[in-house]
Design a binder for this molecule. Structure first.
Ligand SMILES: Cc1cc2nc3c(=O)[nH]c(=O)nc-3n(C[C@H](O)[C@H](O)[C@H](O)COP(=O)(O)OP(=O)(O)OC[C@H]3O[C@@H](n4cnc5c(N)ncnc54)[C@H](O)[C@@H]3O)c2cc1C
Length: 299
């Protein structure tokens, strides 16, 4: 689903209104690529980061990649509310390949932005691109210019007494961002599923978090019950929870069902997002979301 953006209502006030637009396109270049584990790679971007401002936590952005033979992705000229309609109207063989990713880290000195990619082979243009990214490669991102923006879903209500996080490797960068953002003393139980033991990482945090890593041990691209089984077997803290779940859509749905139907959690306290779905490309998920047949993010 496209992130919400606001559009200037009056073209004559374009400059003034632009400051109020919370998202815009940024043309970036790869600075370096670093292996984080057997199936995870960090790509660091620089170039025109200008006023790009993330709000941390699970900050999502849209990444646009070029097609083979293009030097840079072709993106809409409009970054207000019309960008998505403009992108959809463009020739799919020409318009930039659009994917959702999480900002892993943003630094100011020097201006750099990290995205951590879960590699699943050549089965998908983003995974294929990330595995081969080289310094100088060009991408475009649609990203926020204000800290508090609609690309952040992790928003625990004031009455929250403890937090449950669940992720696979695609949402592990978001969990890392959430843990880095939470203040000291907040009780957190987190379950993270990864492909191999080498993909387990140390996550900097101040929160009082117990992180359980679940290793799938085998090929990527499988749906497992690892997380739902682990949470089902766990003794959870008492008090008012706030739940954030992301990963493969079927696994996310299964865990949400267990928490809401099996454990009686209030569904309003469960934020859940299918980051990808087994057997469906992101183009297919976007088409479903547009036609209204399948809710994509936080229905
Ligand atoms: C809000 C949001 C934030 C996200 N943040 C991140 C992030 O920080 N890091 C990250 O790695 N991913 C992230 N994702 C997930 C990522 O966008 C998807 O995995 C995306 O489908 C990858 O694109 P692709 O071109 O590689 O594969 P696609 O062309 O979309 O899919 C091709 C095939 O690969 C399968 N597939 C897709 N992803 C995976 C996978 N991870 N493992 C196995 N099979 C897969 C699909 O089912 C399909 O059959 C995020 C998604 C969302 C919605």
């Amino acid at each position: 689903m496209a992130p919400a953006t606001s559009t200037p209502t009056n073209a004559s006030t374009r400059t003034k209104a632009r400051a109020a637009v919370p998202f815009r396109f940024f043309d970036l270049r790869v600075v370096r690529r670093e292996r984080l584990g057997p199936t995870m790679v960090r790509v660091t971007f620089g170039g025109g980061l200008d006023d790009l401002t993330t709000g941390g936590r699970d900050q999502r952005i849209k990444l646009f990649l070029p097609h083979a033979g293009q030097a840079a992705p072709v993106v809409p000229t409009e970054s207000g509310d019309q960008w998505f309609a403009q992108w959809r109207a463009m020739d799919p063989a020409v318009r930039g390949i659009m994917r959702s990713y999480t900002v892993s880290e943003q630094r100011r000195e020097p201006p750099e932005l990290d995205i951590d990619f879960a590699l699943h082979g050549d089965n998908g243009p983003a995974s294929r691109w990330a595995a081969r990214a080289r310094p100088g490669d060009r991408v475009t991102v649609l990203a926020p210019v204000v800290e508090d923006n609609a690309g952040i879903d992790f928003r625990p209500p004031a009455q929250t007494q403890w937090i449950l996080l669940s992720a696979d490797e695609t949402a592990q960068p978001a969990v890392a961002g959430i843990l880095a953002w939470l203040p000291a003393g907040v009780p957190v139980r987190a379950w993270i599923e990864v492909a191999t033991p080498g993909d387990i990482r140390t996550l900097p945090m101040r929160a009082d978090a117990e992180v359980t890593w679940l290793v799938r041990e085998g090929a990527t691209g499988r749906r497992t019950n690892l997380v739902v089984d682990a949470v089902r077997a766990a003794v959870l803290p008492s008090g008012t929870p706030y739940v954030w779940i992301a990963g493969e859509a079927g696994a996310v749905r299964a865990l949400r069902r267990h928490l809401v139907c099996g454990r009686g959690f209030d569904r309003r306290q469960v934020t859940f997002t299918g980051y990808w779905r087994l057997g469906a490309t992101d183009e297919e998920l976007v088409a479903e979301a547009v036609s209204g047949t399948t809710p994509r993010e936080n229905d």
